[in-house]
Write a protein that binds this ligand. Structure first.
Ligand SMILES: *Cc1c(COP(=O)(O)O)cnc(C)c1O
Length: 289
């Protein structure tokens, strides 16, 4: 497999001055360094050369240049350790909790770094972005798995069924129809999760809590064993535990194994409440631009 080649942000700009630094550190130096990209040539004045060195050194010691890019392998190690600890604290087997690395807005190079560190489950919230990033990665690493975790338009159902291994956002009958037709055409069915609007928030997608039982029953009837579980995003400014517990109890009531819940800020709580899949983005890949 191709080795990740450092940062998109212009890590090469400092390579001349610090040739022995590992790529992970070089990646941290890149932000905002667009103007120092040219190599030092015979036409450079002493002043220009000074500025190149100064800019690189300034970034070395500037903490603000460090927070947009993190070492993906190191972050993964830390998130995995936190996941295991949370599972153990809840009396659960850490292997029963899957880590879905949410790579939205981050490039294929970031995904490749995670793959190299043994991460094989990924989540994307926009199909178009995933379609631009994942086919090439899947070609070299067919064991990786892509979860669609963002809202899906009916006219994209065909593409989603073709590309994704799990669609976590089934939330309305029209979309169920579109996925059903796409599955017939493709001859394969991804695993499907019903997204529940667990806090009944008007701006969020997902089936309303009051309608969830009926909708889940219909979807199990329609998709059978491919309907594997439920997904939710609790309200942002409230303690999430009671919402996680509500989703877990709904999954129990329908005999569904999968509960996709918990993100960077609350995945440990979600694990304590029975999450089988946590969707973690920024804690692995860094802040999104
Ligand atoms: C972006 C996103 C995540 C990951 O969020 P982080 O806070 O970066 O971990 C999880 N789930 C969904 C549906 C998302 O859109």
């Amino acid at each position: 497999m191709r080795k990740p080649n450092g940062s998109r942000l212009g890590a090469a700009s400092c390579r001349n001055t610090t040739p022995h630094r590992p790529l992970g550190n070089l990646a941290m130096l890149g932000s905002g360094s667009g103007s120092v990209g040219a190599s030092v040539n015979s036409q450079s004045t002493g002043r220009a050369f000074f500025w190149r060195c100064f800019t690189c050194l300034a970034q070395l010691s500037n903490p603000w240049s460090m927070d947009t890019t993190i070492s993906v392998p190191r972050a993964l190690t830390s998130v995995r350790a936190r996941l295991s600890a949370a599972a153990q604290a809840a009396g659960r087997n850490p292997n029963d909790v899957q880590l879905v690395a949410v790579s939205k807005t981050h490039g294929a190079d970031a995904v490749a770094q995670a793959l190299a560190a043994g991460q094989f489950l990924f989540g994307e919230n926009r199909l178009q972005e995933a379609a631009g990033k994942f086919p090439a990665l899947l070609a070299v690493q067919p064991t990786m798995r892509l979860h669609l975790i963002g809202g899906l338009q009916t006219n994209k159902a065909k593409d989603a069924v073709r590309l994704c291994h799990v669609i976590e956002t089934l939330d309305r009958p029209k979309l169920a129809d579109a996925i059903y037709n796409a599955v017939q055409a493709a001859g394969r069915c991804p695993d499907l999760l019903v997204q529940v609007n667990i806090g009944d928030e008007p701006q969020k997608s997902g089936v309303a809590v009051a309608q969830a039982d009926g909708f889940i029953r219909d979807m199990v009837g329609r998709f059978g064993a491919s309907l594997t579980g439920l997904m939710c995003i609790p309200p942002a400014n409230e303690a999430p535990a009671r919402y996680f517990k509500l989703l877990a109890s709904m999954a129990d009531a329908h005999g569904l194994a999968v509960r996709s819940m918990g993100m960077s800020g609350d995945f440990e709580t979600a694990i304590a409440c029975g999450a089988t899949h946590v969707r973690v983005g920024s804690a692995i890949f860094g802040a999104r631009g």
